[in-house]
Design a binder for this molecule. Structure first.
Ligand code: ADP
Ligand code: MG
Length: 140
């Protein structure tokens, strides 16, 4: 397990960019933690760091469920906030996404934890108060 503490949203974006250099598709990145903990902010850094979008093009897919970026690698950014826990995610038509040679970021990934069998990162975001966030990375 690796642990980071950031002091601002810019530092969390920078962490995403730094970790992007370690990403090899296929990879599922589960983003875990409460509302406002920094999952979308981190995604801006990771996705822009992969070179498939500019930071300001990355927005929360809360209402659309899935945003797709790039071709090499193909990147999917998913937000399961509005999905009920335990609901069968197959009904959402996401199953094709999981099978591609892609990088898949999943906000509220705890709702889909049983779904992935390949290489996986789990990133736990925790609000330490003010602008401080603790981010723990586990690689599976
Ligand atoms: P989530 O996707 O987990 O709900 P967001 O990334 O959308 O969270 O929101 C995080 C909020 O917290 C933003 O308003 C951001 O500006 C603020 N913030 C303050 N400090 C940090 C930090 N260190 N890292 C990430 N976001 C931070
Ligand atoms: Mg979010």
């Amino acid at each position: 397990m690796r642990e980071f503490v950031t002091q601002s949203d810019d530092e969390t974006i920078a962490l995403g960019r730094r970790l992007a250099t370690e990403v090899r598709a296929p990879l599922v990145v589960l983003l875990l933690g409460d509302m406002g903990a920094g999952k979308t902010t981190f995604s801006k850094g990771l996705i822009s760091g992969l070179g498939v979008a500019a930071e300001e093009e990355v927005a929360s897919p809360t209402f659309t469920l899935v945003h797709q970026y790039g071709r090499d690698p193909r990147v999917f950014h998913v937000d399961l906030y509005r999905i009920e826990p335990g609901r069968d995610l197959d009904t959402l038509g996401l199953e094709d996404v999981w099978e591609q040679n892609a990088v898949i970021l999943v906000e509220w990934g705890e709702k889909a934890s049983g779904l992935f069998h390949g290489p996986r990162w789990e990133l736990h975001f925790e609000d330490l108060g003010g602008d401080r966030r603790r981010i723990r990375l586990k690689e599976f």
